[in-house]
Design a protein around this ligand. Structure first.
Ligand code: ATP
Ligand code: MG
Ligand code: MG
Length: 530
């Protein structure tokens, strides 16, 4: 490519991890297998990988599978695949559930040390007590009583066990509410996707993470900073159990305008049938954005350019799509499409009586992309919008062909229904004002469906008290028909092209005899069309 600067996004955060020694750093990415990987997770995963790599240490991929009600093997498998797609392969893949026995023993130790108690206070009362800083009526249960409830009732998921949970006895009045005796074990009778019905109770995130981080040899736990209040709790658990200390390093969550990143909410869209599935092109999942035409390189560049920012940022989608455009533009083959709605037939009086084929480069600046067949004929199609701009007697340029003189414009009301014209190939294309796309109107052209999408929600940034269901975009999928050049027949699912003067598209359904070819619009970072 002539003089085009190739963008290099070299990761250079110029940030050190505290107490980090080259060769000894161990980080972990701990997804819960309760949904597909989304671009927020991708940020966490790439940051963990970055530090592990930078310090010549190790990365653990840990499935944080402590809530059987939400977790599935399907999600687990998809997470591994999507991480691989992003070029992330952990040195080890582990599961929180591998440590259920050890965590159980450690919970017993806390109880025996008088540092945890079983509590059957109703949920709402408990929440209220934690809010105002009141002690639970069960806080002073004896060690014996706690042991009995924990090992006989909770462990077996009895009726009495189900009423109870285990709480760390930290400080019910602490200004930091995270320290007000957090719940560390609770019952759940749903079979676990790995341990089946062996357990009837499970550690909570708050107990599991500091314990497993320590046991697994993690040196630096990267957490999004909405957990900052819970850092003292994390340390309390390690200290109280005499476990090895782990340094916490926090970073800002990434959010996107008009986008939900909560797996629970995304699951709602799937369950309601408002999207196809987790890989829907309107979803911010790794699969969704890939299907929409995001390249892995574009995604990685975006995340690395964000660096380890501590601010919770609400990103514009245009930023990430603009980065993607830089990747696809130099390599996307150029093709031609004409909107089928009101496409205008231009009859060229002196055009070739029999269609003529010529080989032309698919990309003017990149010969490596190869050639395509361009057909020239005496009947061609142009977009209604272009046709409507022509004047009788005007000389215009048909791109990659030459000049054309418009003789007669046939109209029905404001709609152009046909044009009589003639080629004027000696004409100078530098002197015409209009350069238009055209397509030979022969049986070789193919009909395709073009699909564009809008965001699923209408509000840029949902506030804490907003119910996302009140902000659903009524229509999020826009289909139109177009005629396209015959070369599209060889494209495969996922191939990215540009329709000249229209934009970038990714092939969803390839050409076949039995169904219409479908292409999705790839946003290119310019203001979204509403
Ligand atoms: P969700 O609310 O969608 O369930 P989560 O944070 O509970 O998200 P996990 O599977 O527990 O999902 O997350 C795995 C890792 O990804 C965690 O370390 C979490 O902090 C990180 N993460 C999740 N969402 C984001 C985000 N929007 N930006 C940055 N990191 C994120
Ligand atoms: Mg989580
Ligand atoms: Mg969450």
């Amino acid at each position: 490519a002539k003089g085009e600067k190739k963008e290099t996004h070299k990761a250079n955060f110029a940030i050190d991890l505290p107490n980090a020694k080259v060769g000894e750093v161990v980080t972990r990415f701990p997804p819960e297998p309760s949904g597909y990987l989304h671009i927020g997770h991708a940020k966490a995963a790439i940051l963990n990988e970055y530090f592990a790599h930078e310090y010549k240490g190790k990365l653990i991929i840990r499935f944080d599978d402590t809530n059987p009600s939400k977790e599935k093997v399907e999600f687990q498998d998809s997470i591994i695949e999507d991480l691989a797609l992003l070029g992330i392969k952990g040195d080890r893949v582990t599961f929180s559930s591998d440590y259920f026995d050890q965590m159980y023993e450690l919970a017993l130790k806390l109880i025996k040390d008088g540092k945890a108690y079983c509590d059957d206070t109703p949920l709402l009362t408990m929440r209220e007590e934690r809010m105002v800083g009141d002690a639970s009526a069960r806080r002073e249960r004896s060690v014996e009583e706690n042991l009995k409830i924990f090992t006989e009732e909770m462990k077996n998921g009895t009726e009495e066990g189900l009423k109870n949970c285990l709480r760390a006895k930290i400080d019910y009045q602490n200004p930091n509410k995270a320290l007000r005796d957090p719940v560390i074990y609770r019952c759940n009778l749903t079979p676990h996707h790995r341990t089946g019905t062996q357990w009837k109770m499970y550690p909570t995130y708050d107990f599991c993470v500091p314990v497993v981080d320590s046991i697994e040899g993690v040196t630096h736990a990267l957490r999004t900073n909405e957990y900052r209040d819970r850092n003292p709790q994390y340390e309390w658990i390690q200290n109280s159990l005499g476990l090895r200390h782990v340094d916490i390093w926090d970073f800002g969550r990434v959010n996107f305008m008009r986008t939900l990143l909560s797996k629970r909410k995304l699951q709602w869209f799937v369950d309601k049938g408002l999207v196809g599935n987790w890989d829907d092109p309107r979803f911010p999942t790794v699969r969704g954005v890939r299907r929409r035409g995001m390249t892995v390189e574009g995604l990685r560049n975006f995340i690395i350019s964000q660096g380890p920012s501590k601010n919770i940022i609400n990103m514009e989608w245009s930023t990430i799509w603009a980065m993607n455009k830089k990747i696809i533009d130099p390599v996307a083959p150029r093709h031609t499409a004409v909107d089928a709605a009101n496409a205008v037939v231009v009859s060229l009086a002196n055009g070739p009586a029999q269609p003529e084929a010529e080989q032309k480069p698919k990309h003017k600046k990149n010969a490596e992309i190869g050639n395509k067949t361009v057909l020239f004929a005496n009947s061609v199609l142009v977009d209604q919008a272009d046709a409507a701009s022509f004047l009788e007697g005007e000389e215009v340029t048909f791109m990659d062909w030459g000049n054309v003189i418009i003789d007669k414009i046939h109209k029905s009301g404001d709609v152009v229904t046909g044009i009589d014209a003639r080629l004027h190939l000696e004409g100078d294309f530098r002197k015409t004002e209009k350069k238009v796309t055209w397509l030979a109107n022969t049986d070789d052209k193919i009909k395709v469906q073009l699909v564009d999408f809008d965001h699923l929600i209408t509000k840029d940034k949902l506030e804490e008290n907003d119910n996302f269901e009140d902000f659903l975009t009524p229509e999020t999928e826009f289909k139109s028909e177009a005629f396209a050049d015959l070369n599209l027949k060889t494209l495969k699912h996922g191939d990215i092209i540009q329709f000249e003067r229209k934009g970038y598209y990714v092939v969803e359904k390839p050409y076949s005899d039995s169904q219409e070819m479908v292409l999705y619009t790839i946003p290119d970072g310019k203001a979204a069309k509403k």
